[in-house]
Design a binder for this molecule. Structure first.
Ligand code: ADP
Ligand code: MG
Length: 523
């Protein structure tokens, strides 16, 4: 593995300004965009009239080719693993029994699922997963690329976003190379093979189309369940355009509130949407969630009721409630405990989820390949492991991040903030005698240490002007899995995402303006 180059190469102010112009106009012209943050006190308008370029990097960021290849090559194993977890009720129950008493959101999801799972197993056993496995490069010591390898941050099973914008970022960097030759600033920037051929937009929409085809009614529609006030609409719209253009599939996008008004389950458990444009009602074939992953999406029990109604329908859910539960960070931690992954992957008789001929076809090397991408993960419960973890967290907080069972960014507790936070949880416990300690809702994870010394020119959404930042890049690999019932299984890797953020920020949300959507320059 070659060492990572010093980055970015020297560019004059005029060259940077030209790249800033080229990238901003390319982004605006090609839907590499977000809606702007609305003025204070206002909402995102129903009919938008303005867009901003998505946060971007002027140059692709160097990334070791072997690590990129490795991340892509194990995606099908991850797809198979999480499909198995979703099919394993006993395993999920065992984990949720521990999480539910200390996490109301997970408890609600689990309890609502338990109440209907026997029914839905008959109504619609097929499940669709559009996943994204996220990694950071990990390296001991400082900036020497030949030692870097990937470590998994988390595995997303619901609303894995940026597939469309990511493909556009790859295309933009390739365009900039062709258009400007990047002023011959670095040989790799003029090497077409160093740029990735990333088709995440096409791959993800093809996955939705595969779900649609498995449902088997070409007159039905795909329902996108979206958040009110969503700014990342173009990432979603691009999937919709692709579904229509390439697959002749229509999409209806609605919030939970709109579905509650317009949707109903008929006696055969088919889900129908009133068509306010006066035509016949629309039958839903696939429910694709780009919402429903955070407590804020369920302001009252009405949203939960709508979720359950959709879950009970014959429509194929992406993801099912079971798959959403499988994506809990607690599941990631439990899988990492000695023997658990091996049992899930190798020992248990599981239906074929499209990886080889059946359970027997997965071997010890597969389990080892997955474990190789994991870093230290601990429970914070009363087990021996949990006690040890608690001690570690108190004595060496600088090595850890504390994570609750949440998605969507901004929820983790880092480093020296951990001990006071644990103390605060203990205070809360005193007010609830006889219940499990609140820290059990969290997992403790070892911090991954990305290579240092890499910089890039980042442009914040809507700003236009690049700033030089010391950067950390997070690689995401998308996966598509269609499984359950007697469906012909689908298990594919589905493209990649590179998000690059300033090193000073622990979290990396693109929508909250910290991360840029980038693409890897393979070295
Ligand atoms: P979320 O579900 O909110 O996206 P993540 O587990 O992805 O939660 O954590 C959010 C961010 O925190 C990641 O994108 C990454 O930048 C950082 N992070 C999470 N876990 C680690 C870790 N073990 N080491 C270093 N950074 C981490
Ligand atoms: Mg994340």
């Amino acid at each position: 593995m070659a060492p990572l180059p010093t980055w970015p190469p020297a560019l004059t102010d005029a060259q940077q300004a030209d790249l800033a112009f080229q990238s901003a106009t390319y982004a605006l012209a090609n839907g590499f965009t977000l809606l702007p943050v609305p003025p204070k006190g206002e909402r995102v308008p129903d009919i938008p009239t303005q867009v901003i370029a998505a946060p971007l990097s002027l140059l692709p960021t160097p990334f070791p080719r072997p690590a990129y290849v490795q991340a892509k090559s194990i995606q099908r194993l991850y797809n198979a693993l999480y499909a198995r977890v979703a099919l394993d009720w006993e395993f999920l129950d065992g984990i949720m029994e521990q999480v539910a008493p200390v996490d109301d959101f997970q408890a609600e999801l689990w309890n609502r699922w338990k109440a209907i799972r026997d029914e839905i197993k008959v109504t619609q056993p097929i499940q669709l997963g559009i996943f994204r496995s996220d990694y950071l490069l990990h390296e001991h010591g400082n900036y020497v690329g030949d030692k870097a390898h990937i470590k998994q941050v988390e595995f997303n099973t619901i609303a894995a976003s940026f597939g469309a914008l990511s493909q556009k970022a790859s295309e933009m960097h390739r365009y900039l190379s062709e258009q400007t030759n990047y002023f011959h600033a670095h040989a790799q920037l003029n090497n077409p093979n160093a740029f990735v051929d990333n088709h995440s937009l096409e791959e993800i929409s093809a996955g939705l189309a595969e779900g649609f085809n498995a449902y088997g009614n070409c007159d039905a529609v795909v329902l996108f369940v979206v958040q009110e006030g969503e700014r990342n609409v173009f990432d979603q719209r691009a999937l919709e355009y692709q579904l229509l253009k390439r697959h002749q599939i229509q999409v209806v996008r609605l919030t939970f509130a709109q579905i509650a008004q317009r949707g109903k389950l008929d006696d055969d458990k088919m889900f129908w949407l009133d068509n306010p444009l006066g035509k016949d009602a629309l039958e839903v074939a696939v429910v694709y969630y780009r919402a429903a992953y955070t407590p804020a999406d369920y302001t009252t029990s009405a949203e939960w009721d709508t979720r359950v109604l959709l879950e009970r329908a014959t429509a194929i859910k992406c993801p099912s409630m079971a798959l959403q539960l499988a994506g809990a960070k607690k599941v990631q931690q439990v899988l990492a405990a000695p023997g658990v992954l091996e049992d899930m992957l190798l020992a248990r008789a599981r239906p074929d989820v499209g990886f080889g001929a059946g359970p027997g076809s997965l071997g010890q090397p597969d389990a080892a390949a997955l474990r190789d991408t994991w870093t230290g993960l601990w429970p914070l419960d009363s087990s021996e492991q949990g006690q040890k973890a608690l001690q570690l967290a108190r004595e060496h907080p600088e090595r850890f991040v504390l994570k609750p069972q949440r998605e969507g960014g901004g929820n983790n507790i880092y480093r020296e903030n951990i001990p006071p936070y644990l103390a605060h949880l203990e205070e809360e416990d005193k007010a609830r005698p006889g219940t499990a300690p609140r820290r059990e809702a969290y997992i403790l994870m070892e911090l991954i240490e990305p290579p240092t010394g890499l910089h890039n020119l980042l442009v914040r959404g809507g700003e236009g002007k690049p700033r030089l930042a010391d950067v950390v890049s997070e690689l995401g690999v998308y996966g598509v899995a269609l499984f359950g019932g007697d469906v012909a299984p689908v298990n594919r890797e589905a493209g990649t995402l590179l998000r690059t953020k300033g090193r000073e920020s622990d979290e990396g949300g693109v929508a909250i303006g910290i991360s840029s959507i980038d693409s890897p320059l393979l070295v």
